[in-house]
Design a protein around this ligand. Structure first.
Ligand code: ZN
Length: 192
């Protein structure tokens, strides 16, 4: 399973080395699995979709929510955006989290939690051996991946009694999704 955490979640699924596209070619829409009941609205029309909680944009949204609740708690992030919540980006939250800003770290924890719980859902259906995380946020993986693994390990069905998928970041980082799309186009072009 390849999950790209960019502005949303892009995903691809390899089964026995083949890309799985579903009966109608739209699978897998992992980013629109409902992970958070009654969660944030999604442009797809549902609420609580996975990608609303696990992307750079989501990280910024969470940080802005937390900042609104307790502005004094985040001197660093507030300085980074010069007090303007509109300037909070995933990248700035990651920078602040790296320096220990409490709100930025809390936003990272939130991302880690939903990433792990979403991966547990995915694992319940597909039982993958390997999950590769790519996309913009993956460069900040040291800030959330271990914690996401713990949430995944704790919520997957059969927790403690089954082998767990390895969860890695893509070597191509942000470029992985584009390279994957090119690969898919090449395969489709060569299909009889
Ligand atoms: Zn959605």
């Amino acid at each position: 399973v390849f999950v790209a955490l960019g502005t949303g979640i892009g995903s691809a699924l390899l089964i026995d080395g083949e890309l799985y596209r579903g009966a109608f070619g739209v699978a897998p829409e992992l980013g629109h699995l409902r992970v958070v009941p009654d969660g944030r609205p999604c442009p797809c029309g549902k609420n609580g979709c996975w990608e609303r909680y696990c992307s750079g944009t989501a990280l910024a949204t969470t940080a802005v929510e937390l900042l609104a609740r307790d502005p004094g708690r985040s001197p660093l992030l507030r300085r980074l955006v010069a007090g303007d919540p509109g300037r909070v980006t995933g990248q700035r939250v990651a920078t602040a989290a790296r320096d220990g800003d409490p709100v930025a770290c809390a936003a990272m924890d939130e991302l880690a939690r939903w990433l792990g719980e979403g991966l547990a859902l995915v694992a319940d259906v597909f039982d993958p051996e390997l999950v590769v995380i790519g996309g913009g946020v993956s460069v900040s993986a040291p800030l959330f991946l271990d914690e996401a693994r713990e949430h995944y390990a704790a919520t997957v069905t059969g927790a403690g009694r089954r082998p767990l998928a390895r969860i890695r970041t893509a070597q191509l980082g942000e470029a992985a999704a584009v390279v994957g799309a090119a690969q898919l186009a090449r395969e489709l072009a060569h299909r009889p």
